[in-house]
Design a protein around this ligand. Sequence first.
Ligand code: HGY
Ligand code: MN
Ligand code: MN
Length: 424
Amino acid sequence: MNAPTPPSSLTPVGPRINSHRLWEHVCAMARIGATAKGGVNRQALTAEDTQGKTLLLQWASRRGYQTSIDPIGNLFIRRPGRNPGLSPVLTGSHLDSQPTGGRFDGVYGVLAGFEVLETLDDHGMETERPIELVVWMNEEGSRFPPPTMGSAVAAGALPLADALAIKDVSGIDVESALKAQVAELPVLEKRPLGMSGFAYIEAHIEQGPILENQACDVGIVTGIQGLHAYEIQLLGAEAHAGTTPLRHRKDALVAATTLIGYLRAAIDDPEDILRFTVGRLEVYPGSPNTVPGRVTFNIDLRHPDPDSLLRAGETILRLCAGEIEGCPVSAKVLLRSTPITFDDRVVATVRKAASGRAMKFLDIVSGATHDAKYTAQHIPTGMIFVPCEKGISHNEAENAREVDVAAGAQVLCDAMLAIMSEPL
Ligand code: HGY
Ligand code: MN
Ligand code: MN
């Protein structure tokens, strides 16, 4: 762990953010899509997601910021700089949530970024470069897999047409859901697809227990582990539950459970570093008295080491082929992203901003994925983590303390200003 160094004259200590206003914004956003257990359900391109974006855009228009949207629905809120010709310093995250999501995952980074814009306004600070706050579309990938869809398309890692064609379980595709959302949002300037900027820094809750366990104020994120997303399908034959002997069945669900057992055993990692999750499984036709004729399930696979991830992915594709208990199996690769390391100059700027505020911090690799994975392919990128209670996330009990929320936003503000004044 890095010991805090006293603020040095070299570390520009920027304006103080307004932690009360930031917390108010977090609470206001948490009321949109609020669930009975204290979380949120604001899945991508739902009415709740649209309400959240509309609220943010209302706050932005009150400040006179320029707003725009790209063809995959990523939102951009721009605070002009002295020199409009310079590429902007970017920050951002996502407003969409998991179905049983928390009040901080993604939304914290959007609101911390918005707080930086408002803080600069309050202090009458004109920056050399423009600043853009990005709200990436469908980071969670819960309704429309894969995750980080909006940033992947903007980065050119996922073709726009492929993304627009992806359907949710009720058969609605991204294109029609996005059209419906845009029709509801305030009028936005259209902007082309693309990912460019001078630097990008994203604030996010850690979604793990390390910072809290080590009583750190912030985490200096040095990279993100790799992620593969697969869709597996087994085809059986619908049959009558009462009249069809078991030995005559092609039961896609029994075959799927057998296959998942094989996969779990085949990728077993004694060090428990590999992450293997089957989070969604659809049974067709889904009737209690009809033998399932088709099962589709998703695999989320992660590892910080690229070779280990590739080996596990190859094992999955090898096993998800041919037939299982008479049911043909097919596999589709939805996403393959390798582990990434952030730009060490941006990481150093974030670290300096944290030490400039005499904060306790440590370097950390992100187990969760983030849109910063894709910005890092085109823009010098870094991230700031803040602790969350017991590391709980993707759960309605997700929680963070106001003091930590404020600390992360303060480091974000200082780091963004430092990057402007001490070019990379
Ligand atoms: O899945 C993830 O890691 C992110 O929280 N969506
Ligand atoms: Mn997130
Ligand atoms: Mn998430």
